[in-house]
Design a protein around this ligand. Structure first.
Ligand code: 15L
Length: 267
């Protein structure tokens, strides 16, 4: 595998996906600058540095991105939370990341989420250029991030690969994840293709493995040359019947996030 010449910043390095990426990209000797608001819990890969930083501290983010060619932005709030908890890391923090990318001429690989479209029914197949239907403040912040990517490309030429991640876990856990699961290995290959592709503009890609039950169809994966190699399908016999008892969560693509604070038609 080719190794990027300029440093690769990874925000959210101490989170579940960050740790996985740090390990896999570290094994490939990528020149990583890992950052998170909490300490990195694993041994540092040989070519990596770790810098503790708050995404809300713009000066710190600019400093740690100096010289970077790629920013893998996996930091911030990653589940549904009250608005006031989301706004700092996911809106202001995202702005700091994009300002750093603009200054350095870096590409951003943005960990977006299926929760930008969570309120589509599960029976509605989607292409990546569909309208946003966020299912909470978290999904809304990710939609803001996707629009930030568009703004910074149109105005400043900053390239982004938007990964609209489904459910990235070691294994799928329930019937919904037979549609939304992304394996760790497919995630790593996706990030590598996103970072190394020659020209991407703004490319939006469904972050899901090759799942026969997927809700998602066309996207820009050909631009970066990525194809998933794993699939949730072998888990179907054990997971098909694993459904929850909340009709709102079961109806929409975003699952349980849709049901949080849901007050419409509840009777
Ligand atoms: C996400 O965006 C979350 O970060 C993750 O924890 C999962 O809940 C996932 O979506 C999902 O929809 O399964």
């Amino acid at each position: 595998m080719r190794t990027p010449l300029r440093p690769v910043v990874l925000t959210g390095a101490s989170g579940a996906l960050g740790r996985e990426l740090a390990r896999r990209l570290g094994e490939a000797s990528w020149p990583l600058v890992l950052t998170d608001i909490v300490p990195f819990p694993d041994p540092l890969p040989p070519a990596a540095r770790f810098i503790v930083a708050d995404l809300e501290d713009g000066a710190a983010i600019l400093r740690l991105c100096e010289g970077a060619g790629t920013i893998l932005h996996f930091g911030g709030v990653s589940v549904e939370r009250p608005f006031e908890e989301v706004v700092g890391p996911n809106i202001r923090g995202l702005y700091h990341v994009y300002e750093a990318a603009r200054r350095e001429g870096a590409r951003v690989v943005f960990a977006s989420s299926n929760h930008v479209i969570g309120f589509y029914e599960r029976t509605t197949p989607l292409d990546a250029d569909c309208a946003f239907r966020p299912d909470g403040y978290y999904g809304l912040s990710k939609a803001f991030g996707e629009l930030m990517a568009r703004l910074y490309f149109d105005k400043h030429g900053v390239e982004s690969v938007i990964l609209r991640i489904g459910s990235c876990f070691p294994e799928p856990r329930d019937a919904r994840m037979l549609s939304t699961w992304l394996s760790y290995a497919d995630l790593a290959r996706l990030v590598i293709c996103a970072a190394l592709a020659s020209q991407v503009g703004v490319a939006t890609i469904w972050g899901a493995s090759a799942n026969a039950r997927s809700f998602w169809r066309r996207d820009d994966r050909a631009v970066i040359g990525w194809q998933p190699q794993d699939s949730a399908d072998p888990f179907a016999p054990t997971l098909e019947s694993r459904v929850g008892d909340d009709p709102v969560a079961e109806r929409f693509q975003g699952g349980t996030f849709c049901a949080i604070d849901y007050t419409r038609d509840r009777g």
